[in-house]
Design a binder for this molecule. Structure first.
Ligand SMILES: Cc1cc2nc3c(=O)[nH]c(=O)nc-3n(C[C@H](O)[C@H](O)[C@H](O)COP(=O)(O)OP(=O)(O)OC[C@H]3O[C@@H](n4cnc5c(N)ncnc54)[C@H](O)[C@@H]3O)c2cc1C
Length: 417
């Protein structure tokens, strides 16, 4: 694999940057693999990378129906944090956050992870109680989170409006300093490049249309738009399309799929130093390195597989943003888009084995799985390689919905992300 470094950059600049090699191959599918991963988002590509890197399983293919990173990985607002309430969630999301901290070095690819801090603002007594409960629970789990007064919040994020008498007064905020953002495409591309270098085949424009099983029920391969491909094990990491893919193996998932939208403004000079989220008025905002304000809207209130949502949803979000940040009132919005998110009844993911031998699933990350990308990928690879869950993802099994052992993170994920 061609290493990226300052020296390589200088060398390439001398010949007009004509010597860079393609970052991954474009192979034809083989007739069979040890492991097939369905879905070329960050989670699926990462799982393939860790299967090869950590477990020595290199006869692996990632099958992607479109282009890699074209699903939610390339459509999300990239907020990364680990301040979830329950012990199981803190372990899961902080595992990912710790991996983010070394990801660029591990991949030799700049994923632009920026620990600029996530500020969750409170507007009423209920918010304060809920966020303080999160602060205390997080600290017990070794996850950083602290409570700020409105003045301290404004000092951390100067554009925040804390003027008395505003409709949604800011009464305090919870701050996770280690939280932040990353560059979404780079995550998919970095994992693709790393996996390809270890021998993984990344096959784009290859939609899985069926999952084959033998007389014992075990998976034997998949049917695709590029023909049949055999597999000893299959990992499904198809986000909003998970229910459809799992149905191919005869499994009905406890998931609902909704459109979730985001939008960006025209680019401006650096003005916004962190990420701010308001669950109550349903808005969150950060600024990309290009200068655009990146704004997350909510889910539509009906299920759908359409990758766009209703206009009133981002309009409502913009009203909230203008309330909190009056200085942005005259900014123009440049683009909005949607992705399909897979939501579980307890707003926590499903990551583990399934009742079908050889079939593993990673889904239900809903509106907030980008932050989990390295951790989810690592744990999916572990579960596939060992045929048993890692202790971190063991509680996030499919059986919990039958047993009633829910991990209800609806408060942590109310606005999601
Ligand atoms: C607007 C928006 C904002 C968000 N903001 C945040 C945020 O700020 N922070 C956060 O943590 N999370 C956020 N999320 C959620 C986050 O994007 C996802 O949870 C995460 O990216 C899921 O990654 P993935 O790799 O599992 O899925 P994806 O990137 O969606 O990858 C799944 C892939 O599977 C492919 N696929 C589906 N069916 C098939 C098939 N039959 N055959 C082959 N391939 C198939 C799809 O084409 C897709 O590329 C947001 C999501 C949206 C839509």
């Amino acid at each position: 694999m061609q290493r990226y470094s300052a020296l390589a950059l200088i060398k390439q600049s001398l010949n007009g940057h004509k010597g860079w090699k393609p970052q991954w191959r474009d192979p034809e599918p083989k007739s069979s693999y040890d492991v097939i991963i369905i879905g070329g988002g960050g989670h699926g590509l990462g799982a393939a990378y860790y299967l090869a890197q950590k477990h020595g399983i290199r006869n692996v293919a990632v099958l992607e129906k479109g282009w890699i990173g074209g699903g939610n990985t390339g459509r999300n607002t990239t907020i990364i944090r680990s301040n979830y309430l329950f012990d199981e969630s803190a372990a899961l999301y902080d595992h990912a956050l710790q991996m983010w901290e070394g990801l660029s070095q591990d991949l030799n690819y700049n994923v632009m992870f920026s620990q600029r801090g996530v500020l969750m603002v409170a507007h009423n007594v209920h918010d304060e109680q809920s966020f303080k409960r999160h602060v205390y629970a997080n600290r017990l789990n070794g996850v950083d989170n602290e409570w700020l007064t409105p003045e301290q919040a404004k000092a951390f994020c100067p554009p925040l409006n804390i003027a008395p008498g505003m409709r949604h007064a800011v009464t305090g905020a919870a701050l996770q300093r280690r939280a932040g953002t990353a560059r979404h495409d780079a995550v998919a591309w970095g994992y693709a490049r790393g996996a390809d270098a270890l021998g993984v085949d990344i096959i784009q424009n290859c939609e899985v249309t069926g999952i084959e099983r033998d007389a014992t029920g075990r998976v034997t391969g998949v049917q695709t738009t590029r023909g049949r491909i055999g597999a000893r094990k299959i990992g499904v990491s198809a986000a909003g399309s998970t229910s459809l893919v799992m149905e191919m193996a005869g499994l009905r998932m406890p998931l609902e799929s909704y459109p979730l939208q985001a939008l960006v403004s025209e680019p401006v000079k650096p003005i916004f130093p962190c990420v701010v989220m308001s669950n109550t008025i349903h808005a969150y905002i950060s600024q990309s390195d290009k200068g655009e304000l990146v704004i997350g809207a909510g889910t539509d209130s009906y299920v759908s597989y359409s990758q766009r949502g209703a206009l009133h949803i981002p309009m409502h979000t913009l009203e909230a943003i203008c309330e909190l940040f009056p200085i942005f009132r005259r900014m123009r919005m440049m683009r909005n888009w949607g992705g399909i998110v897979d939501v579980t009844p307890d707003r926590s993911p499903i990551l583990g084995k399934t009742p079908v031998p050889g079939l593993y699933v990673n889904c239900g990350w809903g509106t907030g799985g980008f932050k989990a990308t390295p951790g989810a990928a690592d744990l999916l690879a572990y579960t596939i390689a060992k045929d048993e869950p890692h202790p971190i993802n063991a509680p996030f099994n499919l059986e919990r919905f039958g047993a009633g052992r829910l991990i209800d993170e609806a408060a942590a994920a109310a606005v999601a992300h």
